[in-house]
Ligand binder design. Structure first.
Ligand code: HEC
Length: 114
C-alpha cells in the first residue's frame, strides 16, 4: 500500500515532470521558426505555409503532426510520391529547428502583408 508520504513524493515528481514537459513546448520559438521557414521552405510551400500548386499547405496543423512528418522525412522515409524533395530539405534540420518550425506553422496565416 502507498502511504501518504510516498503519494506526496510521487505527485512531487509528477508535477516536476509536467513542468519540464511544458517548458519544452514553451521553448519552441515561433519567431525563429518563421526565420527558418523563410530560408528554404517558403520557396515551395509558399508564404506562411499556405501551399502552392503541388506543394501541400502546411500551416494551421497541430505541432505533433508537423514534427512527426519532418522527423519521418529527416530519417529518409518516404511518405508521398514527392518525398524525395522533402527528405533533402529535412535532412539538415535539428530537433530545435523542427520544434520552432512546427510552432510557427501552427498559427501561420497567409495575408497579403506577409
Ligand atoms: C523543393 C520543394 C520543397 C521545399 C523547399 C520544402 N518542401 Fe516540404 N514538401 C514538399 C513536397 C513536394 C511535399 C510532399 C512530399 C511527399 O510526397 O511526401 C512536402 C511535404 C511537407 C510536409 C508534410 C505535409 C503533409 O501534410 O503531409 C511538411 C510538414 C513540410 N513539407 C514542411 C516543410 C518545411 C518545414 C520545409 C523547410 C525546411 C519544407 N517543407 C521545404 C516540397 C518542399
Amino acid at each position: 500500500m502507498l502511504g501518504l508520504v510516498q503519494l506526496k513524493i510521487f505527485f512531487g515528481f509528477f508535477s516536476i515532470i509536467c513542468l519540464l514537459l511544458s517548458f519544452q513546448v514553451l521553448a519552441a520559438d515561433a519567431a525563429a521558426g518563421k526565420m527558418r521557414y523563410s530560408k528554404t521552405c517558403v520557396n515551395c510551400h509558399g508564404p506562411a505555409g499556405k501551399g502552392a500548386a503541388s506543394y501541400p499547405k502546411i500551416s494551421g496543423k497541430e505541432v505533433p503532426y508537423i514534427i512527426e512528418k519532418l522527423e519521418t522525412y529527416r530519417s529518409g522515409t518516404k511518405i508521398g510520391p514527392n518525398s524525395g524533395l522533402m527528405i533533402m530539405m529535412a535532412k539538415p534540420l535539428t530537433d530545435e529547428e523542427i520544434a520552432n518550425l512546427a510552432a510557427y506553422l501552427k498559427d501561420a496565416k497567409y495575408n497579403v502583408n506577409n
